[in-house]
Design a protein around this ligand. Structure first.
Ligand SMILES: [Zn+2]
Length: 124
């Protein structure tokens, strides 16, 4: 009698496993999610994706900074990266896309750094 109980249990387990494997193959369940264990040691730091070069306001005619018509009196050239004040070296008026623009050349007397800023003065 005990033998039959043992065989019955074994048979039930076998049937359970066989049915499980069979249904697994038929239904093609997604693989069981394995818990993601943290990798030992310091986590590898993914290199940051190369960011597109930021388009700074005033760097191009398309991003010209709107300024009042009397921009000359209001313009503050700002400071150079070296900390010294930038000076307006030159300015040149031009038309871009039908709009009046001024390209102001800023230069640092201390380190020689120079950059151009496009301004879009309000037309009087
Ligand atoms: Zn400088």
């Amino acid at each position: 009698m005990l033998l039959w109980i043992v065989l019955g249990i074994a048979g039930a387990i076998t049937a359970y496993v066989v049915i499980g494997v069979w249904s697994d193959r038929r239904v093609a369940l997604p693989p069981a999610a394995t818990p993601e264990l943290p990798a030992p040691g310091p986590q590898p730091v993914a290199p940051p994706a190369p960011a597109p070069a930021p388009i700074l306001r005033g760097d191009t005619a398309a991003t010209a900074v709107p300024v009042p018509a009397a921009w000359r009196e209001k313009l503050s050239a700002g400071k150079c990266g070296c900390g010294q004040p930038l000076a307006i070296a030159s300015d040149e008026a031009l038309r871009y896309d039908g709009r009046l623009m001024v390209v102001v050349r800023l230069a640092c007397a201390a380190c020689g750094h120079a950059r151009s800023v496009y301004l879009a003065p309000a037309e009087a």
